[in-house]
Design a protein around this ligand. Structure first.
Ligand code: GDP
Length: 449
């Protein structure tokens, strides 16, 4: 995500940080590069201009140049302004005081509206809310089928026109019925997946305005494809003017190297980005936080989101049990294998690295494919062991090693290395759990490695 942009920012800012004394010329030079980076990222021209003016004004201010760490101060100014450009504070979906909260999804065909409706429904369901999805695109029965199948997979009710209403073509009526059903049956949230077209046209806009007037939604969210850059920004402007939005959800952000839409939508339309779609799977929806995104772009990582993701993915009991196991001597190769599996649930190696500080550099390393490949080989070796071997590694003698290597398509040396690494990890975990004395011991151990 936003890799190309982030890479450039990391480079420019590293140069600035490295300079003990900053002059106006140094800063002007760096800002020229920042300008180019933003324009290449397809950020709106006027947004770039305003951004640079604000950064210049603040960065050339006396306090910055006179400070002990001028380079760092400039980075802070850039971070502040990037965050401001994306809206400053997080803007989420607040539930209505009198349920159901009505969320109307709008957007062009193919942007990811139906998928995102499912993702939102899943998110609120996981927070204990009762959600009703409404398939409100009677012109495209396939869209309704898609939503019905999503709802089925997620265990979420889907309201469809053909179940209750014969007037197939009347989108307004379908939405009204959906909302009425949500009211009657005590749902907390109702998500209206309205119809899209291939292009913005007057008929679509008129239809959406009519739905909006009829059901009076709490949220009107535009779903737009981040990869389309300034087209997404212009479209957000049009939808906002003609229908009136309360926010935007950008999709396919995981594949968007440039970030033009993420950076300019708020500044151009005044509408906040509320969530980011980060993949085709239904759990690939991230709340949008301007401050965290600014950190990611500047190569400082987004550790907070990573922790939240881990908390969401693993239950507390699971995490505690794994930790306890790890520091006890009963931690076996079998446990090691199951932890590898859990790691996979967090996301791809690349996604995880992208959230760590300096992640760009780590990612280059990972792009050689090594860590992920390595993990797969380790998993294959453990899978080739018998259950008894996994529970007691001391059983694994020479001939067993040969068998394991053959079964996993690896070599005896690799099996040896795996066992050594496993024992080392267990030792380190045990020492780390031993308080200050343990940490001293660990330092000694690491020196000896
Ligand atoms: P709609 O026509 O707007 O309802 O779009 P769909 O929900 O049918 O999505 C169109 C395509 O985009 C599907 O193949 C989705 O799997 C895909 N899609 C949706 N959101 C994302 C996302 O965040 N990332 C990626 N990579 N694909 C997505």
């Amino acid at each position: 995500m936003l890799d190309a942009l982030s890479e450039k920012f990391e480079r420019i800012l590293k140069k600035l940080r490295g300079q003990g004394v900053l002059t106006e010329d140094n800063i002007a030079e760096a800002l020229k590069e920042v300008r180019l980076a933003l324009l290449e990222a397809d950020v709106n021209f006027k947004v770039v201009k305003d951004f640079l003016e604000r950064v210049r004004e603040k960065a050339i201010g006396q306090e910055v140049l006179k400070s002990l760490t001028p380079g760092h101060q400039v980075v802070k100014v850039v971070w502040d302004e990037l965050r401001g450009m994306m809206g400053g504070e997080r803007s989420g979906i607040s539930l209505a005081s009198r349920p159901p909260t009505i969320v109307m999804m709008v957007g062009l065909q193919g942007a990811g509206k139906t998928t995102t409706s499912g993702k939102l429904a899943r998110l609120f369901k996981s927070q204990g809310k009762r959600v009703l999805l409404v398939a409100a695109d009677p012109r495209r029965p396939a869209a309704g089928d898609q939503l019905a199948s999503l709802g089925h997979d997620l265990g979420i009710d889907v309201h469809r026109f053909d179940q209750v209403d014969a007037s197939r073509a009347d989108v307004v009526r379908i939405c009204q019925r959906g909302v009425e059903r949500a009211q009657e049956q005590g749902y907390d949230l109702v998500v209206l997946d309205t119809g899209g077209r291939l292009h913005v046209d007057d008929e679509l806009m008129a239809e959406l305005v009519a739905v909006k007037q009829a059901v009076n939604p709490h949220e009107v969210l535009l779903v737009a494809d981040a990869m389309t850059g300034q087209d997404a920004v212009n479209m957000a402007g049009q939808f906002n003017q003609q229908v009136g939005l309360t926010g935007v959800i950008l999709t396919k952000v995981e594949g968007d190297a440039r970030g033009g839409a993420v950076l300019s939508i708020r500044a151009v339309t005044g509408q906040p980005i509320k969530f980011l779609g980060m993949g085709e799977k239904l759990d690939a929806l991230e709340p949008f936080h301007p401050d965290r995104m600014a950190s990611r772009i500047l190569g400082m990582g987004d550790v907070l989101s990573l922790i939240e993701k881990a908390q969401e993915t693993f239950s507390r009991e699971e995490a505690e049990a794994a930790q306890k196991k790890l520091i006890s001597s009963t931690f076996t190769l079998e446990d090691f294998r199951s932890q590898l599996g859990q790691m996979n649930r967090l996301g791809s190696f690349e996604q995880i690295l992208g959230m760590l500080p300096g992640g760009q550099k780590l990612k280059d390393l990972a792009n050689s494919g090594l860590p992920e490949k390595e993990m797969k080989r380790v998993a294959a070796m453990i899978d080739s062991m018998t259950a008894r071997e996994r529970r007691d590694h001391t059983l694994i003698n020479g001939s067993r090693k040969k068998r394991i290597a053959r079964g996993s398509g690896t070599s005896v040396q690799e099996v040896n290395r795996l066992i050594k690494q496993f024992l080392q990890a267990r030792k380190i975990a045990k020492v780390m759990s031993g308080g200050a004395g343990g940490r001293r011991q660990l330092a000694q151990m690491l020196r000896g490695m």
